[in-house]
Every structure is written in structure tokens, then in C-alpha cells.
Write a protein that binds this ligand. Structure first.
Ligand SMILES: C[S@@+](CC[C@H](N)C(=O)[O-])C[C@H]1O[C@@H](n2cnc3c(N)ncnc32)[C@H](O)[C@@H]1O
Length: 199
């Protein structure tokens, strides 16, 4: 499934990327700096935007080898070198306080243990460091959320473990991260989150 998902990912996302998501990616990456870790970097859809900001070191983590292969190809020719790691966000292979910023886009819906992932983000991120996410989540609209609940079991099988109904904002707040931004799109189905790590 991971291979098929990786093969179709950019093709399926293409129209939505052009219409809207690319602009959101550019905006969220524009505010980051320092040593950056991107979790679940996928095929490297955010890479073009990093070279335009003050990033000193860009480290990425991705479990799917087929996604990773595409990301490495995309990084070729970029001004900013990208460090690649294969692994899971539940057990980050990095030191405490190693990063100024953690980025994840459309990832928390797919991880198997979001609480552990937020704990790990806090561990490897410095005090006062930023945690920047763009995610699709469980909507506040009761009728749409009920539809997300019904669709999720099938969606998960088709889309490599992705949950349509995950309440990522709640997990983020419960982890102790201080939420400084929560910008909602399309009845809160998509949300940009920015948090600070209090340590
Ligand atoms: C929908 S794709 C998003 C890819 C990319 N971040 C983007 O914005 O296009 C979800 C990504 O999360 C990765 N992923 C799934 N479970 C993960 C985990 N436990 N730790 C890290 N990444 C994970 C998948 O392999 C996949 O690349």
C-alpha cells in the first residue's frame, strides 16, 4: 500500500496543490528559521519554500521508503541541502533540544500515536521553539464530523492509515504546547496550527 500511495500522492494532490495548498505551504514555511525538522516530509512538497527563508539546517524524517525516494529527487538542485532520515515520529532519532522549529503538514492524521508524537516534538524542540502544522482534522460541524466518522475506516485503508476524524488540535493542546495560532479553513476541516514549546 505504501508504494501505491507514494506513486499516486503527487498526482492526486496536484489540482488541490495548484488551487490552494501550495499557497498555504509557502505561508507557513515563510515564518520559520534556524534548525528545522520536518516530520513526515513525504515527497518533499514543502522543499521549494525553505530556500527562501532563514533556515540554517533542514532535517527531514519519513517512514515510507517510496516517498523518501521521491523527496530525495525533489531535493536535487535546491540551494538548501536537505538531511534525510527514515523513521517514525513516535520515536524521533534526535537529541533533546536539537531544533528551533518542527514542521509537519498533513501528517498527524496518519501517525499511529499522536500523543507520543507531540511528546517527541516537545523533547527535540528547544524551549520557546515553534511547532508549525497544517492538518486536516475532525470538523466542529456535527453532521460533517459524523460523515468523517463513517468514512474513516475505508479512507484509512485507501490512504495509508490516514484518519479523516482526528482531533489533532486537542492532542496538541493536551501535550502542553502553547497554542498561538489556529487558523481554520472550510468549516475547520483544514487547520494551520502554530505552537510554542514551553519545556
Ligand atoms: C498525506 S502524506 C503528507 C506528506 C507531506 N507532509 C505533504 O505535506 O505532502 C502523510 C505522510 O506522513 C507520513 N507518516 C505516516 N505515519 C508517520 C509516522 N508515524 N511518522 C512520521 N511520518 C509518518 C507518511 O509516510 C506520509 O509521507
Amino acid at each position: 500500500m505504501g508504494k501505491v500511495f507514494a506513486f499516486f500522492y503527487d498526482k492526486l494532490m496536484g489540482p488541490l496543490e495548484k488551487k490552494w495548498i501550495a499557497r498555504v505551504r509557502k505561508k507557513i514555511v515563510s515564518g520559520i528559521e534556524g534548525n528545522v525538522l520536518e516530520i513526515g516530509a513525504g515527497t518533499g512538497a514543502n522543499f521549494p519554500y525553505y530556500s527562501k527563508v532563514k533556515v540554517e539546517r533542514l532535517v527531514t524524517l519519513e517512514p515510507n521508503p517510496y516517498m523518501l525516494e521521491q523527496a530525495k529527487r525533489k531535493a536535487n538542485g535546491l540551494k538548501l541541502p536537505v538531511e534525510f532520515h527514515q523513521g517514525m515520529a513516535e520515536t524521533l532519532p534526535f537529541n533533546d533540544d536539537e531544533f528551533d522549529t518542527v514542521v509537519a503538514t498533513l501528517v498527524l492524521c496518519s501517525v499511529s500515536d499522536p500523543q507520543k508524537v507531540f511528546q517527541e516534538m516537545r523533547r527535540i524542540c528547544k524551549q520557546g521553539g515553534k511547532i508549525v502544522l497544517f492538518e486536516h482534522v475532525r470538523t466542529e460541524s456535527k453532521s460533517l464530523a459524523a460523515l468523517q466518522d463513517v468514512l474513516t475506516p475505508t479512507w484509512k485503508r485507501l490512504c495509508d492509515g490516514c484518519h479523516l476524524n482526528r482531533d489533532t488540535g486537542r492532542y496538541m493542546k493536551e501535550s502542553g504546547i502553547i497554542m498561538v495560532k489556529e487558523k481554520k479553513y472550510f468549516k475547520g476541516i483544514f487547520v494551520e496550527y502554530e505552537g510554542l514549546n514551553p519545556k
